[in-house]
Design a protein around this ligand. Structure first.
Ligand code: SF4
Length: 340
């Protein structure tokens, strides 16, 4: 196992100091002031949040930077669009217990934390009632009972918000409790933390996950190659060296990663640091995100073209989540025939 990452600052401190004022963001990134007036209303609806390690990867003076566009509130979010809903995946109807979503037969998802290290403008849970889904000590016992009563459940997914916004001590205790349930085989963690604040990957957490009897899978959420720098690569290496399987899922976002060159660079950068591209999701049509949307056929052509430029293991599966379905819906690539 490689040595732990040097912790220059505790991750909690970095999180506490995240930039949440659009004026400060615009000043730090030397952006035009016109962006400020455009951000006001959207920022009130869903506030800006970006911590320093992620901020450092955004190009100064570039309003089109693909990382900036993921986090900067803009006026377009406030324009209502038909078909864009507050709960696009109808999660509230699969929420049998506070803090637990049971959509697919063999997996349950636990909403471990309503907090995130970053607020992504396209987030499908941007309107989720986290305050009604907090897991206190008593509720945690109820969730363990729910899992025991459902022997078909073999995998627990920790989600959020960002589950890694929860302190190590609590996650490790939860892991110990889950390990006691014999039917469980796997623990999956969906997190943007290793990308947004790589310092979050502490030795305590990594060792506990790596040594658990539950096979641990961490699904990162990286949308653009520019999100990966040396510190992210080191965090991923540390997780992998501890025996944790690392996959990536991205969301296809107009203006951010919807070109062949963006997707190719992303897959290659992921593979360079030992991460396999797993899913490329079509946007979940959440209110406020319509400007990121792409027609299905355009996405299918993009993946079809990507298949001609990369080996199969570097081409993510194009998928959409459709409420009520028992599994994700995979969209077939469309390849354009060229007559020679
Ligand atoms: S849940 Fe994920 S996508 Fe949504 S704001 Fe948090 S980190 Fe971003």
């Amino acid at each position: 196992m490689s040595s732990p990452l040097p912790l220059l600052e505790p991750w909690q401190q970095i999180l506490r100091q995240a930039v949440s004022d659009p004026a400060e963001l615009i000043r730090l990134l030397e952006l035009p002031d016109t962006l400020l007036s455009d951000s006001t209303q959207a920022n009130l609806a869903f506030s800006l949040k970006v911590p320093s390690p992620y901020l450092a990867r955004i190009r100064k003076g570039d309003p089109d930077d693909p990382l900036l566009k993921q986090i900067l509130p803009i006026g377009q979010e406030m324009v209502p669009q038909p078909g864009f809903l507050t709960d696009p995946l109808a999660e509230m109807s699969s929420n049998p217990e506070q803090g637990l979503v049971h959509k697919y037969r063999d997996r349950v998802l636990l909403i471990l934390s309503g907090a995130c290290a970053i607020n992504c403008r396209y987030c499908f849970r941007r309107h989720f009632p986290y305050e009604e889904n907090q897991i206190g000590t008593e509720q945690w016992q109820k969730l363990l009972d729910y899992i025991r009563r459902h022997p078909e459940v073999t995998e627990v997914i920790l989600s959020g918000g960002d589950p890694l916004a929860t302190p190590d001590r609590r996650i490790i205790q939860m892991l110990r409790d889950l390990e006691q349930i014999p039917q469980l085989k796997r623990l999956r963690i969906h997190s943007r933390m290793p990308v947004v604040i790589p310092q979050r990957i502490t030795p305590e957490l990594t060792q506990a996950l790596g040594m658990s009897r539950l096979k641990c899978v961490m699904v990162l959420h990286i949308n653009h190659a520019n999100e990966i720098d040396q510190s992210v690569a080191e965090a991923v290496k540390y997780l992998r060296d501890s025996g944790i399987t690392i996959l990536n899922q991205a969301v296809l976002l107009r203006g951010i990663n919807a070109t062949i060159s963006d997707q190719k660079s992303l897959s290659e950068a992921l593979f360079d640091c030992g991460v396999l591209p797993y899913y490329l999701f079509l946007l979940d049509r959440v209110e406020g995100s319509a400007h990121f949307d792409l027609p299905d056929e355009e996405a299918q052509r993009l993946i079809g073209e990507l298949q001609t430029q990369l080996p199969g293991y570097l081409v993510p599966r194009l998928a959409r989540e459709i409420p009520g379905r028992k599994a994700k819906t995979i969209l077939a690539p469309i390849q354009v025939q060229v007559n020679e």
